[in-house]
Write a protein that binds this ligand. Structure first.
Ligand SMILES: *Cc1c(COP(=O)(O)O)cnc(C)c1O
Length: 379
């Protein structure tokens, strides 16, 4: 049996007619950059995230970058985030010339440990970027409390968490900015690069719109220096066509997660399971924890099961951040997670037989590697 980590072809074949019509409309209109399709998509994403404004941008990475630019964050400033994330989070901070300051993660959720935030705030701190990793939101109450106490801006990196909820509130709607990615492998993906910033602040929305088009307003008159951060109409049309399916896909991911939980508990007890502590985890990833992760990954690969490590090297150990002088041991939980976590196939199209095969394969591995813990047959 072959179990791919992701099955985008299966998703496309299920909604091909709708996506193809959406693309054809853009081609007919020959209006490719911003315009009505982008505005329509922005309205839909704003509504979906319970936010007043949404600004379509060129990628999730650029959503983070433009949010920092909108706050004039730059050299001399510090921005606090987690070292256990996709590179773009820390990369955006460095690209505006600010200093990334890391707090370690909570080993249960893999999100930043908000209790450690106060110890990292200095006179130079300007913002906090919590990352809602794997589709589960960070401890936002605590983040917002620290931010309010110190007058900091909060930029939610919700690239993996569109539609996730924390105490009934949607990802992106709690901080001053929420950043989404439509990278094809995200839960709501387009056919290339794309992203969006959401905000409830009209002035911030206005500045983001201006920055996304080289800071021009009106056209060819530039008060500030922005960039080309525009979303194109084909990507927006695809996102709009897929959005009505997102809740069904999320429900399927949640069903798959529940099934994995039950099967793994039975058949592979040495494996650490994801812990859901918020209202709505959207399972962009289903991530298990094992001490012999690399061996398990190689073993699963041989059996035709696709897995991925998100992420093998925490930010503070990346070569490009060596200037920060943060060596091995600085953030022990992030370092341990980087060695032990493994994402299993969780996509909505995953069949029950496939999930069972994945778990059986893990169970066999555990029985061989950890014979003292008995692995049960699932047959
Ligand atoms: C995917 C991702 C991004 C970047 O999004 P792109 O659209 O690929 O630029 C940023 N942060 C996190 C946590 C992500 O998973």
């Amino acid at each position: 049996m072959n179990v791919p980590l992701l099955d985008l072809k299966a998703q496309y074949s299920a909604i091909k007619a709708e996506v193809d019509v959406a693309i054809a409309e853009v081609l007919e209109s020959q209006h490719f950059i911003l315009g009505p399709k982008v505005e329509q998509c922005e309205k839909a994403i704003a509504a979906y995230s319970n936010c007043a404004h949404a600004i379509g941008v060129s990628s999730g990475s650029d959503a983070l970058l433009i949010s920092l630019m909108a706050e004039n964050i730059g050299p001399g400033d510090e921005v606090i985030t987690t070292p256990y994330t996709f590179f773009a989070t820390a990369g955006a901070i460095a690209r505006v010339g600010a200093k990334p300051v890391f707090v370690d993660i909570d080993p249960v959720t893999y999100n930043l440990d908000a209790s450690q935030l106060p110890s990292k705030v200095t006179a130079k701190t300007r913002a906090i970027i919590p990352v809602h990793l794997y589709g589960q939101m960070a401890e936002m109450d605590a983040v917002m409390t620290v931010a309010a106490e110190h007058g900091l801006v909060v930029i939610e990196d919700a690239a993996q968490a569109i539609g996730a909820e924390y105490k009934g509130r949607r990802a992106g709607s709690i901080g001053h900015y929420g950043c989404f990615s439509f990278f094809p492998s995200k839960n709501l993906g387009c056919a290339g690069d794309g992203g969006m910033v959401v905000t409830n602040d009209a002035q911030r929305a206005e500045k983001l719109r201006c920055l996304r088009a080289h800071g021009s307003k009106p056209k060819y008159y530039h008060k500030i220096v922005g960039g080309n951060f525009r979303l194109d109409a084909i990507q927006a049309a695809i996102v709009s066509a897929k959005l009505p399916h997102l809740d069904d896909w999320t429900a399927a991911r949640q069903r798959n997660a529940k099934q994995y939980d039950e099967l793994l508990r039975e058949a592979a007890s040495p494996v650490g399971l994801p812990t859901v502590v918020t209202d709505r985890h959207i399972f962009n990833q289903y991530v298990i924890r094992v001490s012999d992760r690399d061996e398990l990954q190689a073993d699963l690969k041989k059996k035709g099961v696709g897995t991925e490590v998100y992420y093998p090297v925490p930010m503070h150990l990346q070569e490009c951040f060596s200037y920060l002088g943060l060596g091995e041991g600085s953030f022990p939980e992030s370092e341990r997670a980087a060695k032990e976590t493994l994402a299993l196939p969780i996509h909505p199209e995953l069949t029950e037989a496939q999930a069972r095969f994945v778990v059986e394969s893990i169970g066999e591995f555990c029985a061989r590697k950890h014979p003292s813990v008995e692995a049960l047959s699932l047959a």
